[in-house]
Design a protein around this ligand. Structure first.
Ligand code: ATP
Ligand code: MG
Length: 887
């Protein structure tokens, strides 16, 4: 059975049994900020199990992308050695939200495993939690398993909990033998050796654990199951390892071929090939879900996985980027099931390649550092790299410990790992303290302003209007010595925070800035300078009281700055148009990576692997402007997430789903999930103009643009600057071409003049008859000491050279001053350098002008900061020469 068929057989089986199929959620959890990556099939459904949200159906089935590289589930180190672990894998699961329970869960699983997948019963085992007699009896009743192949196991493997508190319960696992031709061994032994492989875990969520650790029965127990696609594939395809299935073989072979080795010959090489194949999948799926390599959070994890793959590549002998070349093979294996892989293929290849290049050069540089440190230490009779030095190499050069270790080993050097770990711990502790502090401060603000969690979400009424005749002040706060403080009145002149029962001020979110405007009341007025909201939806109006005083429970009138809001709306709708246009012009691999929607400009970050050509920028501009000119009405509709996605809405990260979502539609062109403020008709935007396009991170581009009156203003500014420019250059007449021609003529004329000036300056210096104070003779040596007109450094050198050749034999010192600086050049003819040294000469003279310098015996230069001392310095030349002769 092919893995593709296994996926669909699972979905079909449960669909036929009343389960609603759910597409895989992204690897970046949409609803759970505490979790770095989706690591099980139940993650997207967590709020249903917790009872926080009502599920759209009581039964669901999914094949969920999972990543286990951090936190409670971390299989990173298992990858390579283990035949049944990957970092990225697909978890097939069926779910009951308070509907069916143990009996059906076991019956379904058994039926699928033995009748659809047809795994022979003699190769199967089941485990239950040691105290779960109910499950044990059900296995006896429902399956054909003999009692000796149903095992009772302890808490560690067979009791599941979502967290310290909350839903938990016993679980039951199905194991299969992957070495069927060998004689059976006891279950413990087979489990230990990896021969009996856990393929499916059925979790019976039956309790709610409280703070005291009591297990309270849940009124409606639930089911959560997980079967790894790769493990099931290995069993059904009769191979002994996940890596021998059709999901991995093409990738392993492509990697082996690139490296010029073959898979299955040497254990070391096989391990590296497996790591590369696994990490390739993890990296590509992360990129496809919008994670960007970086130095913190998810981006850092992605970068680490990628670098680990490169390190294994280095072991196989790769010296150049190679991982990106494997991306197309992965597309062939998994692209049909995961369209996002295909859509992002180009961009992913470019990003991976850039990361590889960067890392390879880091390693090369770092390795040289290590080498030179080792040489230095060896000269001092040492044979160990100190921990602090290892940490510096690791921390500032980004060199992996493993690489340092390898180089040290080759050089027969030891490294002080204990010292390294000490330094690492110290740094982590510091970082932890710093983030803790920031979090504490934010929590303090929220708590003081909101007064614990007793405030309801502020009602937002501002989509359709920008004024509200009456709202009530619910809470007030101000700052004292930088710390927030709750107050009952804000005085005239005071700055603070106002919370209302309802508002028309939009709080910053989704890239759109917060509204500004005015709050009015009987006898007073406050200016709203910013609007923000917290996670609970309480909206904070940041104000300055301009007149009167504002008290709690006052009735106030709200007025958003209407012009600013209109401008923001233009830019927000334009952001959607731009997103859609970019996907048309550059292709579907374009994804929004961030945005800023302000009144005066918009900024749009998106994933793309190279800079845009001018023609592409113009095409994008044209397309957006075309949709503006079409003057289409925008449609804003609330619908369920499923409906929205089915209609083709572009969902962005961080957007919630499962509940009702707001969709913004420009019919025929753009459909996005969005909570922001928009124009009613695209015609209101007027005009769209891209100001710049550039890279901001590897694989991420940024467009800055303006619309409406701001675009018009920008054009005017450019026109004025252009007029001013042509006027100053005296080329006011004619059309653009003529003016450009004239400008070019001016440029040519200027460089001609510069050349001419240079020639004249040289002539002036060399041809000038020497005034007596400039030329003298000391003990038969001719000396010229002269101030010359300001000239660039290279020209000064030429002048000194010319003067020296003119003298034939002698000493030349020239100096010049400009902009508060002095430059000195000394030249001594070859026949005299044994007696007079130019270097020593300028050293002595530059001290007089408050500077320093030096050079060769025949030629030297120096600078100084005392222009008025230049004549003194030049007058001292004779004495300086005399001193040197006297030595
Ligand atoms: P194991 O003990 O073998 O690491 P687990 O107990 O961590 O597995 P569960 O959390 O119960 O696994 O996940 C459910 C199913 O997902 C497992 O039965 C297995 O089929 C699959 N699975 C879990 N971890 C991995 C992994 N790292 N790679 C591939 N499949 C996995
Ligand atoms: Mg398990």
């Amino acid at each position: 059975m092919k893995s593709t068929d296994i996926r669909s057989s699972f979905l079909d089986f449960f669909r036929e049994r009343g389960h609603r199929p759910q597409p895989s959620a992204p690897l970046v959890p949409q609803k759970d900020p505490t979790l770095l990556f989706t690591n099980a099939g139940m993650v997207p459904f967590k709020s249903y199990f917790l009872g926080a949200e009502k599920p759209p159906a009581k039964r669901a089935v999914s094949v969920q992308k999972c990543l286990r590289v951090s936190g409670k589930h971390n299989d990173l180190e298992n990858v390579g050695p283990s035949p049944r672990h990957q970092t990225f894998f697909e978890m097939m699961g069926n779910f009951s939200f308070g509907d069916y329970f143990k009996e059906d869960a076991i019956r379904f699983a058994w039926e699928l495993v033995t009748q659809v997948w047809k795994i022979p019963v003699e190769h199967l085992f089941a485990t239950v939690y040691e105290e779960d007699d109910e499950a044990y009896d059900l296995w006896v009743k429902l399956s054909d398993l003999p009692a000796e192949r149903i095992h009772r196991c302890g808490k560690k493997d067979n009791f599941w909990a979502m967290g310290e508190t909350g839903p938990c319960g016993p679980c039951s696992e199905i194991f299969a033998d992957v070495h069927r031709h060998l004689p059976k061994v006891p279950f413990d032994e087979g489990g230990e050796s990896g021969r009996y492989v856990e393929i499916w875990n059925l979790v019976f969520m039956q309790y709610d654990r409280d703070e005291q650790g009591n297990l309270n029965p849940l009124p409606n127990p639930s089911i959560d199951t997980g079967a790894g696609l790769e493990r099931v594939s290995s069993v059904l395809q009769g191979v002994e390892s996940n890596y021998d299935t059709d999901l991995f073989r093409p990738i392993l072979h492509a990697a082996a071929e690139l490296a010029g080795v073959s898979y299955g010959k040497e254990e070391d090489k096989d391990t590296s090939l497996r790591v590369i194949a696994d990490h390739l999948r993890a990296v590509c799926f992360l990129l496809a879900d919008g994670v960007i390599p970086g130095n913190e959070g998810r981006g850092y994890v992605l970068r680490r996985i990628l670098r680990r793959a490169v390190r294994h590549g280095m072991r196989l002998g790769f010296e150049e980027p190679f991982l990106y070349k494997l991306v197309p093979v992965l597309g062939e294996v998994m692209g049909a099931a995961y369209l996002e892989l295909v859509e992002t293929r180009q961009a992913s290849m470019a990003t991976i390649r850039a990361e590889e290049e960067k890392f390879l050069s880091t390693v090369a540089n770092g390795a040289r550092q290590v080498q030179s440190e080792i040489e230095r230490l060896r000269r001092d009779g040492e044979d160990m790299l100190p921990g602090t030095m290892v940490f510096r190499l690791y921390d500032t050069y980004g060199l992996p410990l493993e690489v340092i270790r390898e180089i040290a080993e080759e050089e027969r050097f030891r490294i002080d790992e204990a010292g390294f770990n000490e330094a690492l711990r110290g740094q982590r502790e510091q970082a932890r303290k710093a983030t803790q502090e920031v979090q504490n401060r934010m929590a303090a603000l929220g708590e003081v302003v909101r007064g614990h969690a007793d405030l309801a979400e502020t009602r937002f009424e501002g989509y359709e209007r920008t004024e509200l005749p009456g709202a009530e002040v619910v809470r007030l706060a101000t700052w004292r010595d930088g710390a927030p403080e709750r107050v009952s009145t804000l005085m005239e002149g005071q700055a603070g925070v106002v919370i209302l029962d309802e508002t028309v001020f939009y709080a910053e979110s989704g890239g759109e800035v917060g509204d500004t405007g005015t709050i009015l009341w009987d006898g007073g007025r406050a200016r709203v300078v910013d609007t923000q909201k917290d996670a609970a939806g309480v909206i904070f109006h940041f104000v300055e009281v301009e007149q009167g005083q504002l008290s709690r429970h006052a009735r106030v009138q709200l007025r958003v700055d209407h012009d600013a809001r209109l401008a923001i709306q233009r830019n927000h709708t334009t952001t959607h148009l731009l997103h859609a246009a970019l996907r048309q012009v550059l292709g579907k691999s374009v994804r929004q990576a961030g945005s800023l929607v302000a009144a005066d400009r918009l900024r749009f970050d998106f994933t793309y692997h190279r800079g845009m050509f001018r023609a592409e920028q113009e095409q994008t501009e044209d397309l957006v402007n075309e949709w503006i000119r079409r003057a289409v009405g925008t449609e804003i509709v609330q619908r369920t997430y499923q409906e929205a996605v089915a209609a083709g809405a572009m969902a962005l990260f961080g957007e919630k789903y499962g509940e009702r979502v707001r969709t913004v539609n420009v019919p025929g062109f753009s459909l996005e999930l969005c909570g922001g403020c928009h124009v009613r008709n695209t015609g209101e935007i007027g005009l769209f103009m891209i100001e710049s396009e550039r890279g901001v991170a590897s694989g991420v581009r940024r467009i800055e643009a303006v619309t409406g009156t701001y675009a018009l203003e920008e054009i005017r500014r450019q026109r004025a600057a252009y007029a001013e420019l042509t006027q100053r250059l005296g080329i006011r007449t004619g059309d653009y071409d003529q003016q450009l021609q004239k400008a070019e003529q001016l440029r040519l004329r200027q460089s001609e003049l510069e050349q001419e000036m240079k020639r004249l300056r040289m002539q002036l210096v060399s041809g000038a008859s020497a005034a007596s104070d400039e030329e003298s003779v000391v003990e038969g040596i001719r000396i010229v000491a002269r101030e010359v007109p300001p000239a660039p450094a290279n020209e000064l050198r030429d002048m000194a050279d010319t003067l020296r050749s003119k003298l034939g034999s002698g000493v030349v010192v020239i100096g010049t001053r400009s902009d508060g600086n002095v430059s000195l050049v000394a030249a001594v003819s070859k026949d005299l350098t044994a007696r007079v040294k130019a270097g020593d000469l300028v050293k002595r003279l530059s001290a007089i002008v408050g500077g320093g310098g030096g050079g060769r015996p025949d030629f030297a230069q120096a600078g100084g900061k005392d222009p008025e001392k230049l004549p003194t310095a030049l007058a001292a030349v004779q004495d300086a020469v005399r001193e040197q002769l006297a030595r």
